[in-house]
Design a protein around this ligand. Structure first.
Ligand code: ADP
Ligand code: MG
Length: 262
């Protein structure tokens, strides 16, 4: 009984379609995401990854079907769902610390509680020394670490990340993937992470949701049983990479739509 309850889906999506005026961005999407799980949405550009993430976030709404979080239909954004975007969506006029404190401050946290909260999350992303800096004084990787700390400071049950490392160079990107896994292991939030990088999905995910376009839909959901920490250059990693690559190839109709393989 207890075990069955712990496997209740925190995100439950059924027959979901999303329409932008005449354009159908998602059709008949069904997906359960379980508490504490790390799920990657993988697919070519335009297949509806961002749309699906935004539907979970409450920024776009179903034209058909249902989408619920913790058993309640999603009708608006909420503090239970933290968002990290690809572009650096920090407030440039706030310091790093003020950026992290922004959400909690809106919820009425003040004084030492507020300082303790930002200390904790800046420590978690290893930016304690940079609390007083402004975003434009940081590297791209550091800004994304602030964005993660800022999202976590609201104590969301679910972290939604839309290609958060897409603009970073390859080495910084791998370092941030490592950090995100460490944070996820410590904080155990449910993560839904959008990427068009196959290697990133294999490195991060418990399950990889492969999406296809026209109309946007789920093509396959693959389990990733590789133990962590994962070895990017290992044979089992490459085997799974190849398996998912095979699925991706079936969904790609144009050569130029191939996702990057790094
Ligand atoms: P992805 O994140 O996988 O690249 P998106 O979810 O951003 O895909 O977009 C899915 C499809 O919906 C694309 O064809 C895109 O052009 C279209 N689209 C996205 N947002 C809008 C919008 N606000 N209005 C009209 N079409 C949109
Ligand atoms: Mg997108």
């Amino acid at each position: 009984m207890h075990e069955a309850r712990s496997r209740d889906a925190i995100i439950r999506i059924r027959d979901l379609s999303v329409q932008y005026e005449r354009f159908r961005a998602l059709e008949d999407v069904a997906l359960d995401v379980y508490e504490g799980e790390f799920v990657c949405l993988l697919g070519p550009s335009g297949c509806g990854k961002t749309t699906l993430l935004n539907a979970i976030a409450g920024f776009v709404f179903p034209s058909a079907g249902t989408l619920s979080v913790n058993g309640k239909p999603v009708r608006a954004p909420g503090p239970d769902r933290g968002m990290v975007f690809q572009e650096y969506a920090l407030f440039p006029w706030f310091t790093v610390e003020q950026n992290v404190q922004y959400g909690p401050r809106l919820r009425g946290v003040r004084g030492e509680d507020l300082r303790a909260l930002s200390r904790h999350y800046l420590g978690l992303v290893r930016l304690s020394e940079f609390a007083g800096r402004y975003p434009n004084q940081l590297s791209g990787g550091m800004r994304q670490r602030v964005a993660i700390a800022r999202a976590l400071a609201n104590h969301p049950a679910i972290l939604l990340l839309d290609e958060p490392f897409g603009a970073l160079d390859a080495l910084t990107r791998e370092a941030l993937q490592d950090e995100l896994v460490t944070i996820w292991e410590k904080e155990r939030r449910t993560c839904v992470f959008v990427t068009h990088s196959l290697a990133e999905a294999v490195y991060l995910a418990d399950r990889v949701v492969v999406m296809a376009s026209a109309p946007g839909r789920i093509q396959a959901v693959l389990n990733n049983p590789l133990p962590r920490p994962r070895e990017r250059a290992s044979a089992p990693f490459f085997d799974l990479y190849r398996t998912i690559d095979g699925v991706l190839r079936t969904v790609l109709t144009h050569a130029e739509a191939r996702p990057s393989t790094h």
